[in-house]
Design a protein around this ligand. Structure first.
Ligand code: ACO
Ligand code: PYR
Ligand code: MG
Length: 367
């Protein structure tokens, strides 16, 4: 807790008289793909009502990628779409403009009264430290109270500055509104002076090379040697995942800008999934299917996890399964997988069918 933080006794108190009480726990709602659209783009906007139910989160983007001349149209377009659409099981998020921009105050003072009852999460870009979250937290409480909202709007921060990364733990713990963090690889690369020109993903120059072969103890430096590309984002994602887990909130990959390279996109998303992220961004409709596939545990993993849960009985001790030791700790990993599968099956009937089918198969295997 920093000096500027609220004391534990006040942490869950509303920050304005009449504002809804903060949540004690952030709900684990499926959010495999956060699909970005520009509400000022008529072609994209027209597609949004039909995308409800096909993606876990629809996000009306007001920040970068929306032209300065279209900022107002994007804000008003989002209000129109939100008011005219029943989002059913799909969450509605927005990304507001940066806190030092000329647009953000109007973003918040327009959106909360107009569609605050429909907005699940507000994504805040370029968050530098807890002070940015405290500012948004208080302002949202005032606006929620004025609008008579009965449910608090949650806040998601983008990790896209070196200072934000340095302050990642205090950002996650700055408010009970904090829902999660996303990696912002493009702005973060610029802020760090990384020598890349991409939006997310790897780089062929960031590699390790195998040792030279030795002949009679002498290295043959002329021989060809295999190289292995490394992940530029491993460090930041790992820090982000730990900070989020420590505070009971959720970590997300972020954008993968090479829309045409669906294979590398899938690889990058999978690395994030394996490290603990619950979802990622989709910039183009074709990235939704990739995200849904990667961030849903495979039927094989769910089948195995269920077998371990069944074999572990009361959850203590050690057993052998297929030649491998399973104990309390591997059981906990399997429970993460089984619980995620249950949450996703509740919103995705096709996935439910697949998980139910292997459920029956593994029952037969057990019998
Ligand atoms: C670093 C960051 O901040 S990342 C986050 C900010 N960036 C964004 O939000 C980008 C969002 N995506 C986009 O702007 C677009 O997808 C682009 C510019 C990348 C590509 O757009 P296009 O060149 O139109 O792509 P493409 O021609 O393949 O589109 C096919 C169709 O899908 C539509 N489409 C494209 N992207 C989206 C989207 N995100 N949501 C809904 N529909 C979309 C297009 O309008 C087009 O519709 P049509 O068939 O009726 O003509
Ligand atoms: C995600 C984002 O905003 C960035 O990469 O800069
Ligand atoms: Mg950015």
């Amino acid at each position: 807790m920093t000096a500027a933080s609220r004391s534990p006794k006040d942490f869950f108190r509303p920050l304005a008289l009449g504002a809804p009480a903060p949540l004690r726990e952030i709900p684990a709602r499926p959010s495999r793909a956060i699909h970005f659209f520009d509400p000022s783009n008529p072609k994209m906007a027209a597609k949004i009502p039909d995308m409800v139910g096909t993606v876990d989160v629809l996000l009306g983007n007001l920040e970068d990628a929306v032209k300065a001349d279209n900022k107002e149209a994007a804000r008003n377009g989002l209000v129109e779409i939100a008011q005219g659409t029943d989002f059913g099981p799909t969450q509605l998020w927005t990304r507001i403009n940066a806190l030092d921009s000329p647009w953000v105050l109007d973003d918040l003072t327009t959106l909360v009264p107009a569609i605050g009852d429909k907005l699940d999460v507000i994504m805040v870009p370029k968050v530098q430290g807890a002070e940015d979250i405290h500012y948004v937290d208080r302002l949202l409480a005032q606006l929620e109270a004025k609008a008579g909202l009965d449910k608090p709007i949650l806040v998601h921060a983008i990790l896209e500055t070196a200072r934000g990364v340095a302050n990642v733990e205090e950002i996650c713990g700055a408010s009970p509104r904090m829902q999660g963090l996303s990696l912002g690889p493009a702005d973060l690369a610029a802020d760090r002076r990384m020598k890349t020109t991409r939006v997310g993903g790897g780089h062929p120059g960031y590699l390790v090379r195998e040792d030279p072969p030795r002949v009679g103890g002498v290295a043959n430096l002329e021989a060809s040697r295999a190289t292995y590309q490394q992940d530029l984002w491993h460090y930041t994602i790992a820090r982000m995942v730990d900070a989020c887990a420590m505070h009971g909130i959720y970590a997300y990959y972020g954008p993968f800008g090479d829309i045409s390279d669906t294979t590398a996109c899938e690889d990058q998303f999978r690395n994030a999934f394996l490290l603990g992220c619950v979802g990622t961004w989709s910039l183009h409709p074709k990235q939704i299917a990739i995200a849904n596939k990667v961030f849903s545990p495979s039927v094989e993993d769910v089948a195995h996890a269920r077998r371990v849960v069944a074999a572990m009985g009361d959850g203590t001790g050690a057993v052998m399964l297929d030649g491998k030791m399973e104990d309390d700790a591997s059981l906990k990993q399997c429970l993460v997988m089984v619980e995620l599968a249950e949450q996703l099956a509740a919103v995705d009937p096709e996935l439910k069918k697949q998980y139910d089918a292997i459920g029956a198969d593994s029952d037969e295997q057990e019998a």
